[in-house]
Design a protein around this ligand. Sequence first.
Ligand code: ATP
Ligand code: MG
Length: 315
Amino acid sequence: MKTAIEMKGVRKTYGKDVVAIDDLSLTVEEGTIYALLGPNGSGKTTTIRILTSLANADKGNIELFDEKLSTHKNFLRKWIGCVAQQSGVDPMGTGRENLMLQGKIHGLKGKALKNRVEEMLTRFHLQKDANRLSMNYSGGMKRKLDLAMGLIHQPKLLFLDEPTTGLDPEAREDLWKTIRQLQQEEGLTVVLTTHYMEEADELSDRVAFMNEGRIVAEGTAEELKNKLGGDTLTIQCTDNAQAVHATEALKKFYQVTRDERTLNVQSKQGAEELPKILKVLENDQTDVRSAAVSRPALGDVYLMYTGKALREEKK
Ligand SMILES: Nc1ncnc2c1ncn2[C@@H]1O[C@H](COP(=O)(O)OP(=O)(O)OP(=O)(O)O)[C@@H](O)[C@H]1O
Ligand SMILES: [Mg+2]
């Protein structure tokens, strides 16, 4: 398999004080879907801006399809499609007009342009609404149009910055299906950022967790979950103070993380361990509101590496 992206030791600062990403290294194989997860401000968009040559890194090496990013920018841009976090759709244009304009920007003309626009409208089920002003599109339709615009010039590498934020579950699954189809049928390589654990879990071949500009864990979703080595016991205390107390009591015996009044305890055999844990807490006179055992989810791994839950997940 060829390598689509190779980043080594990349750093980007804004002004004197903001280190947006630091010592970032990652590899994305061609034809795979790669997800970047992390809380607000962790450097996901910055990473994408650098990889799409919209921003320059301060240091580090970047290669796209074995070509150095810094020296072949225009050449590489043909291979890259990007759907930004903020929609790039012109609200005063119709869906078709938006696609035509985007195609022209990429040098398509005449029949080839027209055919490609119709192909995109069909692929994203937008034919019926092609002549409506896009300001009247629903959020899901706008996002589909964004995606179609990003793909108009048939890139082999597509960047999607939070493609499904704000979409309802049905529209989200629909978009996942399309992305998967593009990967399977056209061998497209996709790098996406998301705040949704299940999106990364379902869709991507590999996942990187970012925190404060660095990758703190990386692997397939399965590999990451296996790092926890067992079940997660979720214990909810009556308040934060009780939870702090409980964390102290359990830390001696278990691997414990806390997010406000919720404790996550890792255990190989959760169901058998739970009564023992409750006993420890009872002896310690901690008030427990509820306790549950679950197989590890990707969010638990994130919690282990960063000590904080993804903020968006709690909404
Ligand atoms: N143009 C800029 N000027 C100054 N600081 C910036 C700029 N762009 C990003 N930053 C800073 O860099 C850091 C990383 O931001 P970035 O947008 O990459 O985060 P993110 O992971 O995409 O967050 P979100 O989930 O909110 O989209 C933040 O501290 C941010 O304030
Ligand atoms: Mg962002």
